[in-house]
Write a protein that binds this ligand. Structure first.
Ligand SMILES: Cc1ncc(COP(=O)(O)O)c(C=O)c1O
Length: 435
């Protein structure tokens, strides 16, 4: 019997079976935004202090002299949590990436290696700096494939952007070794994995500089927000200057000592005190949010790891993973999609890898459309020569098509995760029997 015929027969019989059966749950499970689930009197109290003091600007209050402290205390506590010397709060993860490009002194003629699967902002930050993003394949961790990264290095490469997607650390040992060998800098984008670690080290503390998004889909949030963090005083100073129209204010001079380098042109990506108030409450809860989501994912992993032939997403450090979702490999897209369809019938909806895009498949990237036709990125000889298109990243597309799983919520009860386990245990063997 042909594979397609076997698949068709198995699928129709599975559909008939599940239609006749009671689903594992009577109502669908729906994961929610993590950070806001933990809002309480802490965030409210800090917000009220900002309100009552009528001091929403981070650098001075109503009297024009005293410096408010919500954003700067958040910066100190964020840096301490991440085991780096300094952190800078900014308005978003997208802004943080642009600040990091300026801190790294990336510009026209430079190349930055970016995963083919990640959020737009990673690619856009490189273009906004006038440099050329060079895309590399991902592997089953959904993060950069180190072997492919090494193939893409040229004499113009300056930075590897190691993005830790969907709670999972990238293969940092290999990526750091490649960077050392080729004298490249590493920028860690921790936006989707705040609270995760790699071999005992917080994500963002291993590369030269790191960024995080604190937008609502992330581990902790004030709706929008971002951070840049590093151990390097020169890069920190450049980051501070760039985020605040080239200047350095007293609060940062106090944190880092007297400025060493000259001023240069920058933007305004300063965080306000209301955002800082919420984030100060949230950073203090980060250990709890991380431990809750980890606990939920451990219950799911432990409940299904004995299923014959089960393949989990590549986990370079299973203990460090945040566990914002549990992902399983299938033979290909038809089998993965069938799994997701049957899981939906059990009221445990899931999906493929999410929260990112296949960059080389984006129409405006294929068309090389920068903010201006004379933008340096695609006007260099290398920029003119580069070609995009999903077909050039077959490994990335294959991983994204064959993995499926269930996103999790840190407040899922034991009974919720038991349902997830029960649904996977019911559906997975049936789907596997189709191939
Ligand atoms: C990996 C990654 N980097 C950067 C960003 C940009 O963050 P923001 O939405 O705060 O600008 C995101 C947002 O989803 C992201 O997922």
């Amino acid at each position: 019997m042909s594979w397609t015929r076997r698949l068709f027969m198995a699928a129709t019989s599975a559909a008939a079976v599940s239609a006749a059966e009671t689903p594992v749950r009577s109502t669908p499970l729906r994961p929610r935004h993590f950070g806001p689930l933990y809002y309480d009197q802490t965030e409210w109290g800090f917000l009220k202090e900002v309100f009552d003091a009528r001091a929403p600007f981070r650098f001075w209050g109503l009297d024009g002299r005293t410096a408010p402290d919500k954003v700067s205390t958040f910066e100190q506590e964020f840096a301490a949590f991440m085991h780096t010397k300094c952190a800078l709060a900014v308005t978003s993860g997208t802004a943080a990436l642009q600040v990091a490009m300026a801190a790294l002194e990336i510009g026209p003629g430079d190349e930055v290696i970016v995963p083919a699967w990640t959020w737009h902002s990673c690619f856009n930050a490189v273009v906004m700096a006038g440099a050329l993003p060079v895309l590399a394949e991902i592997d089953t961790s959904f993060n950069l494939d180190p072997a492919d990264v090494e193939k893409r290095i040229t004499p113009r490469t300056k930075v590897i952007m190691a993005v830790h997607l969907q709670g999972n650390p990238a293969r940092m040992d290999e990526l750091l070794a490649i960077a050392r060998k080729h004298k490249l800098k590493v920028l860690e984008d921790v936006s989707q994995a705040v609270g995760a670690s790699y071999k005992g080290r917080p994500l963002g503390s291993m590369g030269d500089i790191a960024i995080a998004s604190l937008q609502v889909n992330k581990t902790i949030s004030a709706g929008e927000g971002g951070a840049v963090y590093t151990n390097d005083p020169v890069m920190y100073e450049r980051a501070v200057r760039f985020h605040d129209v080239g200047t350095i204010r007293a609060v940062h001079e106090k944190a880092m000592g007297k400025a060493q380098g000259p001023s240069f042109i920058g933007v305004n990506y300063r965080m306000n005190e209301f955002t800082g108030a919420v984030l100060l409450g949230q950073i203090r809860k980060l250990p709890r949010v991380a431990s809750d989501i980890r606990a939920a994912s451990r219950r799911v992993y432990d409940g299904i790891r004995d299923l014959p032939g089960i393949e989990f997403r590549g986990l370079p450090d299973p203990a460090g993973e945040l566990g914002s979702g549990v992902y399983i490999g299938f033979s290909g897209k038809p089998q993965r999609d069938r799994f997701l369809e049957l899981m939906r019938a059990e009221n445990v909806p899931g999906g493929g890898p999410s929260g990112s895009v296949i960059l080389p498949a984006q129409e405006h990237i294929i068309a090389k459309r920068a903010p201006h036709p004379k933008w340096p990125t695609w006007n260099s000889p290398e920029g003119k020569a580069v070609r995009y298109g999903a077909e050039l990243f077959p490994k990335t597309v294959a991983v994204l098509e064959r993995f499926g799983g269930v996103p999790l919520d840190p407040k899922y009860s034991e009974s919720d995760t038991r349902d997830i386990v029960a649904a996977i245990r019911k559906v997975y063997p049936r789907v596997k029997a189709m191939s």
